[in-house]
Ligand binder design. Sequence first.
Ligand SMILES: Cc1cc2nc3c(=O)[nH]c(=O)nc-3n(C[C@H](O)[C@H](O)[C@H](O)COP(=O)(O)O)c2cc1C
Length: 200
Amino acid sequence: MERFSQLNQLLAHIWSEVEQGGREPGHPYNTPTFGTVSSRGASLRTVVLRRVDAKARSLLFHSDCRAQKIKEIQHQNRVTWHFWDSNSKQQLRLMGEADLHFDDELANEVWQSSHPKSLKIYVKPTAPNTKVDQPRSGLSEQVESVRLSELAQVASGRENFAVVRTLIDEIDFLHLHPEGNYRASFVWTPQGVESSWMIP
Ligand SMILES: Cc1cc2nc3c(=O)[nH]c(=O)nc-3n(C[C@H](O)[C@H](O)[C@H](O)COP(=O)(O)O)c2cc1C
């Protein structure tokens, strides 16, 4: 198992793995935990990592604009991502500021380039979190059990669609390694990135 001893090589490895997670369903980093702050404490949930731009330090996922996490971000946009790869035994915590995109160029572009199957969950007339008297998805019948191949079939979901983008400014890395655990921190400031090893 690789054991990193150069901070710059480790940082390149981290971004490469996170980028891979954003491209490959089944990669351990494809379904990370996304954390916001609510009035009741930390608020955590699994999301699908949809797009990563290492150069821009941005991570992106899709959501319903009526979801609780959107309200939480509107209140406090400091967020945390958590990744764990049980094969490589590496944990990542990525912190940054989230911005929300509903009816703008980025949201339109992501909607247009997504597969209709991944967008059908937005064809949901009743908002997420609404209490109901029996277990049900809330999806409209027009998409529930239909083969979807065209965006036009999910067009009514567009108004509920949001893109959440995070600009990362801090990374905490931990490696459980047979030759000894080790940990590193990367913090971006206007002067550049401050990298350091830390005791785990
Ligand atoms: C494997 C998996 C992937 C998920 N992906 C997303 C996602 O990409 N976006 C999203 O908003 N919710 C996703 N969810 C649902 C969230 O975990 C969560 O239950 C839902 O968004 C409500 O969260 P909230 O009330 O904090 O907004 C996913 C759940 C699972 C189990």
